[in-house]
Design a protein around this ligand. Structure first.
Ligand SMILES: Nc1ccn([C@@H]2O[C@H](COP(=O)(O)O)[C@@H](O)[C@H]2O)c(=O)n1
Ligand SMILES: C[C@@]1(CO)OP(=O)(O)OP(=O)(O)OC[C@H]1O
Length: 165
């Protein structure tokens, strides 16, 4: 088994859609980025790549490459899953925290979990998504951006039928 962590931040952009965990959240603004700027999915991809010691998303999907302009991060997550698979690993579980003052995410969490699980090809109960504010402190508290962190466990594929504790 191998553990990985990921962290990402994107700044607010007035003229963009807000996509988190593959869910379009209606709030009148979005996040700046080369891709769809899906910050929890970016944190998760870096956690998976980190667990497999395969670098980070900027290495695999450079933000100078037009192929990735506006791309759904769930598509990139499928590719990261394939990279881990090629190394002999499957996702055991992942736990993601989205750090944002607003909008309130509680109503969208289950759909995010389903989207992420579907992209990876695992049951939804292996994916946890949580949200927290920073009590109006710092850049997330001032609404200047959204951050996300993720932790994941990769398991060797040949023991992927092990029972989760
Ligand atoms: N953007 C957010 C932030 C938080 N939540 C939910 O509210 C709970 C309390 O947040 P605190 O920052 O005061 O800990 C949190 O546990 C989430 O359930 C949310 O839905 N959207
Ligand atoms: C996801 C990529 C894809 O080009 O672009 P961004 O949406 O800008 O996101 P970032 O977190 O800066 O990571 C870099 C890139 O991998």
């Amino acid at each position: 088994m191998r553990i990985g962590t990921g962290f990402d931040v994107h700044g607010i952009a007035a003229d963009r859609k807000l996509i988190l965990g593959g869910v379009e959240i209606p709030c009148g603004w979005g996040l700046a980025g080369h891709s769809d700027a899906d910050v929890p999915v970016h944190a998760l991809m870096d956690a998976i790549l980190g667990a497999a010691a395969l670098g980070d998303i900027g290495k695999h999907f450079p933000d100078t490459d037009p192929e990735y302009e506006g791309i759904s991060s769930l598509k990139l997550l499928e590719r990261v899953t394939a990279l881990a698979d090629a190394e002999g690993y499957a996702l055991g579980n992942a736990d993601i925290t989205v750090i944002c003052q607003r909008p309130r995410l509680a109503d969208y969490i289950e759909e995010m979990r389903r989207n992420i699980a579907s992209s990876i090809g695992v049951p939804t109960d292996r994916i946890s998504v949580k949200a927290t504010t920073t009590e109006k402190l710092g850049f997330t508290g001032r609404g200047e951006g959204i951050a996300a962190e993720a932790v994941c466990l990769l398991v060797e594929k040949n023991i992927n039928d092990y029972k989760m504790l």
